[in-house]
Design a protein around this ligand. Structure first.
Ligand SMILES: [Zn+2]
Length: 380
């Protein structure tokens, strides 16, 4: 059997070793494919103090309203070749699976964007409206100079997107089981507790930051923050590290550090959670410094016309009725939601970020069909 268009593009993309945020080679592949379809392409390189400069691509075809946008990233997380059964950057097919880093997260979905656009444009070259692609290369790192910056640039150019589809892997087990209409919020915290160092034989001359830290973390660890909402799981906190670095056996150290991660739903905000954490920490009565690294607040795109259209198309191709979900980590949809209606649908995420990441060729074919049907229904 001849490999279809999306398989060939996905292979080309996987063969680019585009470890975040250095994805120029993969962006070039996308640009070339876009140009061949008649898209106008704009390479956008953004920089900011303290960050590597990041390459992005914005491509569009057509004009006026409605404006439909595909969004995604071509950067990938690293892959240790010796841990894989097959070279993660060879783009090889085995037993009807395409194997490689980015096979599900999310080079193959980008290949499906391109392949579906091609076949849609072949049949509907006079469609009314605009199709665009926002492709970035820093989603797997800070995500600070990618989608976020493209959106700012579009706003300055007065380009308004009406609906956006992000191709991140959203399905749990099979293609068509989930659409994402929101994401939980997330943030990482680091706390440094200040004590008073001294000989452990005279603990009353010291203030032990280690026992203080343990009490503080116990106050927040595994606390039930809420019961969840219609579309969200309950919020959770996980303690991820306790670091003292004390090599002496008989010294109470001056400082102790701990880290924790919070995933939360729309019942909370970063502000409300920070306030609660401080309240719990203050109960212990030690001096501490709290640093937070925010990835974003929780958000929900209320189900509506656009998500229903996507649902209908998925059902038609897969015969499954997808669930609206909000689980998993964050994605660039958290930036897009401030500008337009955004929904996420892509491949099955089971093997994302793992060794031997793979996608079934059948899913690749069906995802292309779904995207094409979405375009057809959207511009009908
Ligand atoms: Zn991704």
């Amino acid at each position: 059997m001849k490999n279809s268009n999306e398989i060939k593009i996905a292979q080309k993309l996987i063969r680019c070793k585009s470890i975040a945020p250095n994805a120029d080679s993969a962006l070039k592949v996308v640009e070339k494919e876009c140009k061949a379809l008649g898209f106008k392409c704009k390479k956008l390189r953004f920089s900011e103090k303290g960050y590597d400069s990041i390459s992005n691509l914005y491509a569009e075809i057509g004009s006026g309203k409605p404006h439909f946008s595909f969004a995604g990233h071509v950067d990938v997380v690293p892959a240790e070749k010796k841990e894989w059964a097959i070279d993660p950057f060879a783009g090889k097919i085995k037993n009807n699976f395409l194997i490689g880093r980015g096979a599900v997260d999310m080079k193959s979905a980008i290949a499906c964007f391109l392949s579906s656009a091609k076949s849609f444009l072949n049949e509907n070259n006079n469609f009314k409206g605009k199709i665009s692609m926002m492709i970035t290369s820093d989603e797997e790192t800070y995500a600070w100079l990618g989608t976020r910056k493209i959106l700012q640039w579009l706003k300055k150019k007065n380009i308004k997107i009406d609906n956006c589809l992000v191709g991140e892997p959203t399905n749990l087990k099979v293609l068509g089981d989930q659409i994402k209409i929101g994401r939980r919020g997330g943030f990482n915290c680091m706390v440094e507790v200040q004590g008073k160092e001294g000989h452990s034989a005279w603990p009353n001359r010291t203030i032990n930051p280690v026992s203080g830290l343990m009490k503080m973390l116990t106050n927040i660890d595994k606390k039930v923050l809420d019961k969840g909402t219609k579309h969200f799981q309950p919020s959770i906190i996980s303690v991820t590290s306790i670091d003292v670095g004390n090599e002496a056996l008989n010294v109470i150290p001056a400082k102790a550090r701990g880290s924790f991660n919070i995933r939360f739903n729309t019942n909370h905000t970063i502000k409300s959670l920070t306030k609660w954490i401080k309240k719990e920490f203050n109960k212990v009565g030690l001096k501490y410094k709290l640093e937070t690294y925010v990835s974003g607040n929780a958000f929900l795109t209320k189900p509506g016309k656009f998500s229903e259209l996507i649902k209908k198309c998925i059902k038609k191709i897969t015969k499954r009725n997808p669930k609206y979900a909000t689980d998993g980590g964050t994605s660039d949809a958290r930036f897009i939601k401030d500008y337009t209606n955004v929904v996420e649908f892509g491949l099955v995420g089971k093997t994302m970020h793992t060794n031997n990441e793979k996608v079934s060729l059948k899913d690749l074919k069906n995802l292309t069909k779904i995207y094409k049907l979405i375009l057809k229904e959207y511009f009908k």
